[in-house]
Design a protein. Structure first.
Length: 185
């Protein structure tokens, strides 16, 4: 993404494998971590959230709507982040990215861990889009650009990461171009 955006953009990555939206797995609850991460990097122009097939794990028993609601909790933290730490900064823009659906996993352990996850993952983009529309924030469906083609049916290959990075970069450019045009109007 950084390479596709080029100069003039500073990317801060806060990704972590196995992170969830708002449930503990164990201690990888995104909503417990996000406020401190946001505060440590203010001011921010844009926050991109791409989670979460981890919430489809069978032992969480979450519906696609409940998973999207977890994204909603994170979105609320972003949209109120500036005021939440006593700073004069405006809240950043937000881009919610729906993950692509899970693929079949060749590993029996992962198969049990993500039992029913494929079906849930098929519904995430629809629910995330509805949430983004409700919150009036930007949305991108990663499934329109990539598949989970890594060795385990859950993660991305190196090539898929590059493809997704380029797609997100184009969306980021569009977001900032639209903001510039709105300000000029």
């Amino acid at each position: 993404m950084a390479a596709a955006l080029g100069d003039g953009y500073s990317i801060i990555e806060e990704g972590l494998s196995a992170r969830t939206t708002s449930v503990d797995d164990p201690r990888l609850n995104g909503s417990a971590y996000l406020p401190a991460a946001l505060a440590s990097h203010l001011p921010l122009d844009l926050v991109i959230i791409l989670l979460d097939t981890n919430d489809t794990k069978s032992y969480f028993r979450r519906t696609p709507y409940e998973i999207a609601n977890g994204i909603g909790k994170l979105a609320g933290q972003v949209l109120t982040s500036a005021g939440g730490v006593g700073t004069p900064y405006a809240a950043p823009k937000l881009l919610i990215v729906a993950p692509p659906p899970l693929a079949p996993t060749p590993d029996p352990w992962f198969e049990g861990m993500f039992e029913g996850g494929y079906e849930k993952s098929l519904e995430l983009a629809k629910n995330y889009k509805a949430l983004a529309d409700f919150l009036k924030v930007d949305f991108l469906d990663a499934g329109e650009f990539v598949k989970t083609d890594g060795c385990d049916g859950i993660h991305f290959s190196a090539e898929t990461n590059i493809t997704l990075g380029r797609a997100v970069a184009e969306k980021v450019k569009w977001i900032f171009l639209s903001a510039t045009q709105d300000a000029a109007a």
